[in-house]
Design a binder for this molecule. Structure first.
Ligand SMILES: [Ca+2]
Ligand SMILES: [Ca+2]
Length: 99
């Protein structure tokens, strides 16, 4: 009795995770979601470029810390591949807005 419900719960969490990722509209999407995505992407890109002081296309820990205390705190969480830099995808947290 317990096992099937636990499995269902796991499936639900998995689904919720997938939904969070796919809820971000793509920047090339038509209509309002696309407009919102393009605006948000542009804002994010401006912040990213401003933070990327040596302009190598990624944020070092120092660059992130200088740009935002929040980002400094979240750095390890965002740095998915653990290379010590935040790529554009790692910075925005998804790969739906290619640069
Ligand atoms: Ca940099
Ligand atoms: Ca990284």
């Amino acid at each position: 009795m317990f096992r099937p419900s636990l499995l269902a719960l796991c499936a639900l969490f998995h689904f919720a995770g997938a939904t969070a990722q796919t809820m971000v509209p793509k920047a090339d999407q038509e209509g309002r979601p696309g407009d919102v995505a393009r605006q948000a992407k542009q804002k994010a890109q401006e912040k990213f470029d401003a933070a990327d002081t040596n302009q190598d296309g990624k944020l070092s820990r120092e660059e992130a810390a200088a740009a935002s205390a929040y980002l400094a705190e979240k750095f390890d969480e965002r740095d998915k591949n653990g290379d010590g830099f935040l790529s554009w995808e790692e910075y925005v947290g998804h790969d739906r807005w290619p640069r």
